[in-house]
Design a binder for this molecule. Structure first.
Ligand code: C2E
Ligand code: CA
Ligand code: CA
Ligand code: CA
Length: 278
């Protein structure tokens, strides 16, 4: 209940006070984790749905606290965005993922694609393009093998800005996916002006899929939209064989999810890839 606190903190409700204290604590912990290298990156394979050939992986950040617990990114990414710490953390994730891409190429996966999540707070930073260019140059990766994932809700909040930054990103040679597609409110006309390469169907809509004629309306709509705009489409959060089958039938070419593999540490990924070769 939001009862007013007496005394010195009269401006805040108790809930707000607790919320702010919680955020400050989380931010302090996150900053210290970043500085003492307790953040790391896991990689979840992305596959071709026809034949299950591996295309690449998505880099996903992890925070392991000193007592060995994991803080889920959905909890700490908002705090990192709000505080601006995401700028430094995001650059570190990008560089880490590029180095991992180089290692995978050396291990015999020359066409591997590495997808990296990018927050709007990063995109809005004036040095974002310069940061991206130097991360690509310093690691020496082929930009065409790096994909940035931008969530739909943020892609649509300021269309003019996003159209411009997407054009600048594309000039570096990397590809762009719109993440969580179907959850925002982008119109066809907005989408036409965005030079993106791929739509990722949000896992909430994949989760609804039970049969070809039931509950796959949004998934079907996204696949058709992608086709009409000549974009690639990838379904995330695929957990069952049936979901994969329906998506194949709808004409969705790419997928990702626990059915194929969970996010893995680099060493695990290498083992998994060796088992899924060919
Ligand atoms: P996202 O980009 O939509 O990533 C997909 C999330 O779904 C990941 O959660 C992944 O582990 C999970 N997932 C994958 N397959 C399945 C499945 O079959 N079933 C279910 N139930 N879940 C599945 P995760 O790793 O906890 O990340 C959560 C979110 O945190 C991400 O959502 C992304 O928005 C954000 N995030 C993660 N890493 C980064 C990062 O490096 N930078 C930024 N800015 N955001 C990140
Ligand atoms: Ca993503
Ligand atoms: Ca997503
Ligand atoms: Ca998400």
């Amino acid at each position: 209940s939001k009862t007013r606190q007496r005394g010195g903190h009269g401006y805040y409700t108790q809930d707000m006070g607790a919320d702010i204290r919680e955020r400050v604590k989380l931010l302090r912990g996150l900053r210290s984790a970043f500085e003492s290298e307790r953040l790391f990156v896991m990689y979840q394979p992305q596959l071709q749905l026809m034949g299950n050939r591996v295309l690449g992986a998505e880099a996903l950040i992890r925070w392991k606290t000193e007592d060995g617990k994991f803080v889920p990114p959905d909890r700490f990414i908002p705090v990192a965005e709000y505080s601006g710490l995401i700028v430094a953390i995001g650059e570190w994730v990008l560089r880490t993922a590029c180095r991992e891409l180089n290692r995978l190429i050396d291990l015999g996966y020359p066409d591997f694609r590495m997808a990296v999540n990018v927050s709007v707070a990063q995109l809005r930073h004036p040095d974002f393009i310069a940061m991206l260019q130097s991360a690509l140059a310093d690691t020496g990766v082929n930009p065409a093998q790096v994909e940035l994932e931008i969530t739909e809700s943020m892609a649509m909040e300021d269309v003019n800005f996003i159209v411009q930054i997407v054009d600048q990103i594309k000039q570096t040679g990397v590809t762009i996916a719109i993440d969580d597609f179907g959850t925002g409110f982008s119109s066809l006309s907005q989408l036409r002006h965005l030079r993106v390469d791929r739509l990722k169907i949000d896992r909430a809509f994949v989760n609804e899929i039970v049969a070809i004629d039931k509950g796959c309306d949004i998934a079907r709509m996204v696949v058709e939209l992608a086709r009409s705009l000549h974009l690639e489409v990838l379904a995330e959060g695929i957990e069952t064989e049936q979901q994969a089958a329906v998506l194949r039938e709808l004409g969705c070419h790419e997928g990702q999810g626990y059915l194929f593999a969970r996010p893995m540490e680099p060493a695990q990924l290498v083992t998994w890839l060796a088992e899924h070769r060919g």
